[in-house]
Ligand binder design. Structure first.
Ligand SMILES: Nc1nc2c(ncn2[C@@H]2O[C@H](COP(=O)(O)OP(=O)(O)OP(=O)(O)O)[C@@H](O)[C@H]2O)c(=O)[nH]1
Ligand SMILES: [Zn+2]
Length: 366
């Protein structure tokens, strides 16, 4: 599908072309530099020029001895110094890739990104910077109560996800404190996938005890996240750490290293990817310190196109149509009136337009 996308490179030096397809990931032979022996891993976190990289387990073959999953620390090779590399990036590394203490490998290539999430510009930085690469799922975490869920937050996170080509899912925590029904209804027409998470030790227990999350709730979410690279975002206090610990706790022995950072406690404000399996095909990416996703560059066409029963309508819209209620000649109204979006098409369109309008509000996450 070809869309008129904004040229992000004008805004952010760290942009790289999106990967057209899984197959096109190898650079063309004429461009392929040396380093044929490089191996590929995923950046799990970045701290002051040092990249922690998860190398998945490699099966033993005739030409290779195989290897256990491990973390290594690397820096960028000289020719990569101007290339921004973020959590979630797939990189090719050479040098000492043993992961032994004190070793430092070199990143010689950045693989094309499938998706990017940007954090918004703020007082300290005028640019929307890429903070997570290659996530295919965005888990939007809100509490049923304490703090009260805010639909504005959820809406903007959804728009950021759709714009980035990422599937958003909603995870409602603290279901012991309130029924999540109102939220469910609010999003029913958008067909947003919703998971609920509650504790087994409700109210009557000692409030100083950490909540133990319900295994059935966790299983359902874990199943959904398996085989995916998922970024987690949520306002402060919703129980994100509790959830992350529950989801990843059982897997801390992966690769026999501290799976959280590979190197002790996580202190940088960079996003942090936590592998859930040895193959590195399932990961959860925590996004601490990211208050909101960058939406200054959101393309309304891309967001509408994410809705399969509405996206086809917009070829008939005037050039530059923003698809809002007051956009003159927006073809979505006629499309829905003609029944192309089904019986609840009107509500669905209203919900979509609410998303598009809410993205322009500059409210922070917390
Ligand atoms: N009642 C109830 N409390 C919970 C639940 N999950 C977490 N909490 C409590 O909510 C508070 C916040 O939980 P955290 O896991 O620290 O939340 P967080 O989202 O990581 O918060 P920040 O660190 O501020 O970002 C803690 O006191 C938890 O014990 C739950 O399911 N029910
Ligand atoms: Zn339109």
């Amino acid at each position: 599908m070809s869309r008129n996308r904004i040229d992000y490179s004008r805004y952010d030096e760290s942009s790289v072309p999106k990967r057209p397809s899984k197959r096109g990931s190898r650079p063309r032979t004429k461009d392929r530099p040396a380093h044929e022996d490089a191996i590929t891993g995923r950046v799990t976190t970045v701290d002051r020029g040092r990249y922690t990289i998860f190398l998945p387990a490699q099966r033993k073959t005739k030409s290779s001895r195989g290897a256990k999953a491990r973390y290594i620390t690397a820096m960028r090779a000289r020719e990569m110094r101007k290339t921004a590399i973020v959590t979630g990036d797939l990189v090719d590394v050479v040098g000492d890739t043993s992961g032994d203490d004190g070793t430092l490998a070199r990143i010689v290539r950045l693989q094309p990104r499938e998706t990017v999430l940007r954090r918004s510009a703020d007082d300290t930085d005028a640019y929307e910077r890429i903070v997570v690469a290659n996530a295919d799922t965005l888990v939007i975490v809100v509490a049923a109560a304490n703090p009260e869920p805010r639909t504005g937050f959820i809406d903007r996170a959804m728009v950021a996800a759709y714009d980035a080509g990422i599937t958003p899912i909603l995870c409602i925590t603290k279901t012991d404190l309130a029924e999540p029904d109102t939220l469910r209804e609010h999003y029913a027409h958008l067909k947003l996938e919703i998971y609920t998470i509650g504790p087994v030790n409700t109210d009557d227990g000692d409030p100083s005890l950490a909540p133990i999350l319900h295994p059935a709730d966790l299983d359902a979410l874990q199943d959904r996240l398996s085989g995916h690279i998922s970024a987690l975002i949520g306002p402060s206090g919703v129980g994100k750490s509790t959830l992350l610990n529950a989801l990843t706790g059982a897997e801390r022995a992966v690769g026999h290293v501290n799976v959280v950072t590979g190197r002790g406690r996580h202190t940088s404000s960079s996003a942090l990817a936590i592998p859930l399996n040895q193959a590195g095909t399932s990961m959860i990416i925590d996004t601490p310190g990211i208050r909101s996703f960058g939406m200054g560059l959101v393309d309304p066409d891309t967001v509408v196109a994410a809705f399969e029963d509405l996206g086809d309508a917009i070829v008939n819209c005037p050039r530059g149509c923003t698809h809002t209620e007051d956009s003159p000649g927006c073809a979505l109204d006629a499309w829905v009136a003609a029944g192309h979006a089904g019986e609840s098409g009107a509500q669905r369109l209203a919900s979509l337009r609410r998303l598009l309008a809410n993205r322009l509000e500059s409210e922070d996450f917390d």
